[in-house]
Design a protein around this ligand. Structure first.
Ligand code: SAH
Ligand code: SF4
Length: 398
C-alpha cells in the first residue's frame, strides 16, 4: 500500500486523473467514488464490480484512510459529538444535529484556528494544521456510517438518502484558510457520484476573509454564512482581528459580489450577542444601516460560555429586543436554538485537542491568504489538469 495516496483526498476530477494515470477508464473512477461515498465502503475487496486485477493493483498504489472516532458523546436533546483522532496528539470535533426534517452535520476544517477571535474556544486553543480533504470528508463518511449502523434512521433513509442531509462548515477552524482542501471536500459533498447534496444544503461559515470569499464564488459557490458580530469596525476590530485586515465596507462589498453566484439569494449573517459588549439596540440599528445594500438574513447566537472566557450571554430581554429591532426594519432574524450545550457541542464550544500550536501574527495570516489566492488562480488556469499528487496528504501547514 502506498501511504501517500489516500483516495479519500480526491474529488471527482482528481480521482479521474488518478485512474487515467493507472491506465483505467474514467468510469472506474466513478465506480470507486460511489463505493466510498455512497456505500461507505473502505475495503477494495468488497468493490465487486471491479475486476480482481484492478482491485489488486489499487491496493498496491493507494489506500482509503479515514480519521478514527475516539469519543462519542450524546446530549439530552439527541445531539451527538464525535471526537476524531487526526494524529500527533491532535483531535477535532464534529457535531450531529438531528431535526424532524433533516440531519445536519457540523464539520471541522482545521485542527484549531489561527484567526484568534476573542470569544471562541477554538480560537483560544491556537492552530496546529489544516485538515486534509480526507479528514474533512471523513467526518461526513463516518457520521453516515455510524448512523446507518445504528438502524434508528429518519424517514428519508428509507427513501434511499443518507442520514446526513445538510452539512455546515461551522466546526473548528476557518474554512477559507484551508481553501484547496475545503473546495475539494465541497465538490465531493455536491457530486452526484459522491454525496449528491444540493448547494443550498451545504453552508460555509467564514469570519470574513474577503479575497477568499471571491475565490469561493469562482471555485465552488455554496450557501454562505458570515460571522459579523459587530456593526462598526471599531468594535469588530476588538472581537475579530481579521477585521483589521478586511474591514466591514470591504466585507459587505464581497457579500454583494458573492450573491451574483450564490445558490441562495441572501447571505446569512451570524451575529453573536455578548452581554454588554454588542447587545444593545444601538448595535442592532447599526446592523440595519450596515447591511442596507446586502440581501440577508440574521441568525442571532447568544454567546455560549466556555471555561476561562471573560464574556457572558445576553439577558433574554436584550436578546428579544435586539431581534425585534431587526424585524421591525423588515429583516429576518432568527435566534439560533442551542443544541448540545450539555456536552459542549454548541457554537464556539468546540475545542478538540490542539497540540504543537503554531502562532501567527495578523500580517502572516494575510500573507498566507495572498499565497492561497495566487495558488487558486493558477489552479483555475490549469483547470482539468489536476495532478493527484498535489491533492494527497500533505504534512505542511497551509
Ligand atoms: N470560522 C468560521 C466557522 C466556525 S465558527 C467562522 O468564524 O464563521 C462557527 C460560528 O460559531 C461562528 O459564527 C462563530 O462566530 C460562532 N462562535 C464562536 N464562538 C462562539 C461562542 N462562544 N458562542 C457562540 N457562538 C460562537
Ligand atoms: Fe476561528 Fe471561527 Fe473561532 Fe474565529 S470564530 S477563532 S474564525 S473558528
Amino acid at each position: 500500500m502506498n501511504e501517500s495516496i489516500n483516495l479519500l483526498d480526491f474529488d471527482e476530477d482528481a480521482m479521474t486523473a488518478f485512474f487515467a494515470e493507472q491506465g483505467e477508464k474514467p468510469f472506474r473512477a466513478r465506480q470507486v467514488l460511489k463505493w466510498i461515498h455512497q456505500r461507505f465502503c473502505a475495503d477494495f475487496d468488497a468493490m465487486s464490480d471491479l475486476s480482481r486485477l484492478t482491485r489488486e493493483k489499487l491496493k498496491t498504489v493507494a489506500s482509503m484512510t479515514l480519521p478514527a472516532v475516539t469519543r462519542d458523546t450524546a446530549a439530552a436533546d439527541g445531539t451527538r459529538k464525535w471526537l476524531f483522532d487526526v494524529g500527533n496528539g491532535n483531535a477535532i470535533e464534529t457535531v450531529y444535529i438531528p431535526e424532524d426534517d433533516r440531519g445536519t452535520l457540523c464539520v471541522s476544517t482545521q485542527a484549531g484556528c489561527m484567526m484568534d477571535c476573542a470569544f471562541c474556544a477554538t480560537g483560544k486553543e491556537g492552530f496546529n494544521r489544516n485538515l486534509t480533504t480526507a479528514e474533512i470528508v471523513g467526518q461526513l463518511w463516518q457520521a453516515n456510517k455510524i448512523l446507518l449502523s445504528e438502524n434508528v434512521n429518519p424517514p428519508w433513509v428509507d427513501a434511499g438518502r443518507a442520514p446526513i442531509t445538510n452539512v455546515v462548515l461551522m466546526g473548528m477552524g476557518e474554512p477559507l484558510s484551508n481553501f484547496k482542501n475545503v473546495v475539494a471536500a465541497l465538490k465531493l459533498f455536491l457530486s452526484d457520484n459522491a454525496y449528491g447534496l444540493s448547494r443550498r444544503r451545504v453552508t460555509l461559515s467564514t469570519s470574513g476573509i474577503v479575497p477568499m470569499i471571491d475565490a469561493l464564488k469562482d471555485a465552488c459557490p455554496v450557501a454562505l454564512a458570515v460571522s459579523l458580530h459587530a456593526p462598526t469596525d471599531a468594535l469588530r476590530d476588538t472581537l475579530m482581528p481579521v477585521n483589521r485586515r478586511h474591514p466591514l465596507s470591504e466585507l459587505m462589498a464581497a457579500c454583494r459580489r458573492y450573491l451574483e453566484r450564490a445558490p441562495r439569494d441572501f447571505i446569512t449573517f451570524e451575529y453573536l450577542l455578548i452581554r454588554d459588549v454588542n447587545d444593545r439596540i444601538e448595535h442592532a440599528r447599526g446592523l440595519i444601516e450596515l447591511t442596507r445594500e446586502v440581501p440577508c438574513k440574521f441568525n442571532l447566537i447568544p454567546f455560549n460560555p466556555f471555561p476561562g472566557s471573560p464574556y457572558a450571554a445576553p439577558t433574554s430581554d436584550r436578546l428579544f429586543s435586539f431581534q425585534k429591532t431587526l424585524m421591525d426594519a423588515d429583516l429576518i432574524a432568527t435566534i439560533r436554538k442551542k443544541r448540545g450545550d450539555d456536552i459542549a457541542a454548541a457554537c464556539g464550544q468546540l475545542a478538540g485537542q490542539v497540540k504543537n500550536r503554531v502562532r501567527y501574527r495578523l500580517n502572516e495570516v494575510s500573507k498566507r491568504h495572498e499565497t492561497l489566492r495566487e495558488e487558486k488562480a493558477k489552479m483555475c488556469a490549469t483547470k482539468h489538469r489536476v495532478c493527484p499528487s498535489t491533492l494527497s496528504v500533505k504534512k505542511e501547514i497551509l
